[in-house]
Structure formats: C-alpha cells, structure tokens
Ligand binder design. Structure first.
Ligand code: MLT
Length: 312
C-alpha cells in the first residue's frame, strides 16, 4: 500500500476524496441514505466523499466493483440486506460477502411498505389478495432486480400468498416508483425512505408495512402481520464496507466518521421522519456488522431457497 508500511499510510489517510459506491440508481432509498451521511463523514475525515451510482443486477454490479477495488480506503460501499441475500439468490455470485470485504459498520434499519398504483382497484390487503387471485400473472410488481430488497419483499409476498406475479426489474426503486406513480406497474414493495410523501398525498395505495408494529410516521397504514401475514417481517438494514485488505487503521477512521455522521442532528431528524432507525452505537462496529451479515446470510438462505428463486 505504501513503501513505509500500513501505519504510515493510515496516519495520513485520507489525502484525497473518497468514492462511496451506491449499487442502485440515484435518488432512491440507498442513494438518499448515502447522501445524508456522506457530508458529515467527509467533514470528520477532512476530505470529500463523492457518491458514484453503479446500478444493476440488484446491487451486485456495484458491490463487485468495490470487492475488486484497491484496498486503500478510497473506494467504499454502502449496501443493504442484499449483501446477505445475494449468495442465495445467485447460483454464481462473483464475490463472497464474507471473504471479499472489510466491515466499517452497520448504519440503519429501514422499514418497507407494500404499495399499489393509485388507480389499482383493491383498497386493502384482503381486496388485493382476491384481485391477484382473479388476475393471476397479469398483475405486475416492480423491483430493483435480483438481489434488491424490493425483490426479496415481493418474493416473500408471492411465496406467502402462493401466487406468481409478473416481476418488472429496474436499476433501483427510484425509477420503479416513477413508473408506479405513472401507473405503468401495479405494485412495489419499497423502503420508507422515499415513499412517505406519496402515501400522504394519496398518489399511491399503501397495503401494509413490513414491520411488526405500525410506524409513527404512517400511523394509518396497518402492518402486513396484523392483516393476517403472520411473521411477514423484512427491513432493509444498511451497512458500509471496504475491499478486503483495507488497513485496520483506515477502517477505524471510516468507522469513526460513520459514527459521527449517525450522531449528526440533521441526519437524525431526516432519518426519523421516515422511521429509519439508527443502529445502536454498540453495533456500529466492524465486528458487529460482520456478525450481523453472517446471521442474516444464515437466516435468509433457507427462506430464499424454499421460495425457489435463483438467477444464473
Ligand atoms: C434502491 O436504492 O434503489 C433500493 O435500495 C433498491 C432495492 O433494493 O429495492
């Protein structure tokens, strides 16, 4: 990394701007969280953090790019639960989430909502279930590709309901939401990060939240669980990663910057508005992120395999 060794390298790090890769499209939920924390993180580090959107294949293209980047702390990744589910969703995933990365820290937990286009006839989950049964595969559901959390949520919904919907993949849920608002697709399961205002203005229908309890920001939307989908629970937890081999002292600086961003009052307020929970500081550590990732890989692997979803 540096002729004088890792310690000397880490002491002066960072001496130039850092790239934070968002593996989904601009203005979507992951990108929004990335933009919120990048400013305060950069301030703490004394260098700017530039965001690069490398979208496609449910976040796996951007994630691979970071796995293959130089391990010098200048290219890092923000990704969600897809880090844990991609190994089960892809027969040949070109990276290993447990071997090809260093872990900077867990950041936030993001609730999700099952949405329908404004003029979709059903007004609640029960009506949606009958509507789907009579319209079968003609009902479309948007997602951000195989590996995206919207895809996982849709997959769980189809498997629980015993129905097959027609999936329409996008590079992120920002363009998927645009099409839902335009009436080009019927359904989308998306993170609260970007959907609250559209629900409040009745521009989309909200059939249920994916958390065990209702959300204070959307108190009128019932949970999917209280409407009969027992155990239907999914949240898009988000963490930050660096390529394998990034020096420990560099990871420590990035971790300190992440903590400082998560403690920033403006960041806290914006996240709270969307019911996004900041991870307890005891969990914003490299070890905790790795442990959480491991347990999520073990949790979701069998669920995904039982639902029978693979990509090549
Ligand atoms: C995004 O930022 O577009 C989302 O996180 C996509 C998703 O995983 O559903």
């Amino acid at each position: 990394i540096c002729p004088l060794g890792e310690n000397a390298f880490a002491q002066t790090y960072p001496i130039k701007p850092i790239t934070l890769v968002v593996p989904f499209s601009a203005s979507g939920p992951t990108d929004t969280v990335a933009h919120l924390i990048a400013g305060p993180m950069g301030k703490d580090l004394g260098q700017e953090i530039h965001i690069e959107n490398i979208a496609g294949d449910g976040g796996t293209i951007g994630t691979l790019r970071v796995a293959r980047a130089a391990p010098d702390g200048y290219v890092i990744l923000i990704n969600h639960i897809g880090m844990a589910t991609a190994p089960a969703l892809y027969k040949k995933l070109p990276y290993d989430p447990l071997k090809d990365f260093e872990y900077i820290g867990q950041a936030v937990d993001v609730p999700m909502v099952l949405l329908g286009r404004k003029n979709l006839p059903p007004n609640n989950l029960k009506e949606l279930e009958s509507y789907i049964k009579s319209n079968k595969t003609h009902v479309t559901i948007a997602n951000a590709g195989q590996g995206a959390v919207s895809q996982l949520c849709g997959l769980l919904f189809m498997s629980r309901e015993g129905v097959e919907l027609t999936s329409i993949p996008y590079h992120g849920t920002a363009p998927a939401l645009t099409d839902l608002l335009g009436g080009q697709v019927d359904l989308l399961c998306d993170q609260t990060t970007q959907v609250g205002p559209y629900i409040q203005k009745n521009l989309v229908k909200a059939y249920g939240v994916t958390t065990p309890a209702r959300l204070s920001s959307l108190p009128n939307i019932p949970t999917l669980q209280e409407q009969g989908l027992k155990g239907f629970e999914i949240e898009a937890w988000i963490g930050l990663y660096a390529p394998k081999g990034t020096p420990t002292a560099v990871i420590a600086k990035l971790n300190k910057a992440l903590r400082s961003a998560l403690n920033n009052p403006a960041v806290k307020t914006r996240l709270a508005e969307s019911n996004i929970e900041i991870a307890p500081m005891s969990k914003v550590t490299p070890a905790s992120l790795k442990q959480h990732l491991e347990s999520e890989i073990n949790r979701w692997g069998p669920i995904i395999r039982n639902a029978g979803a693979y990509a090549e």
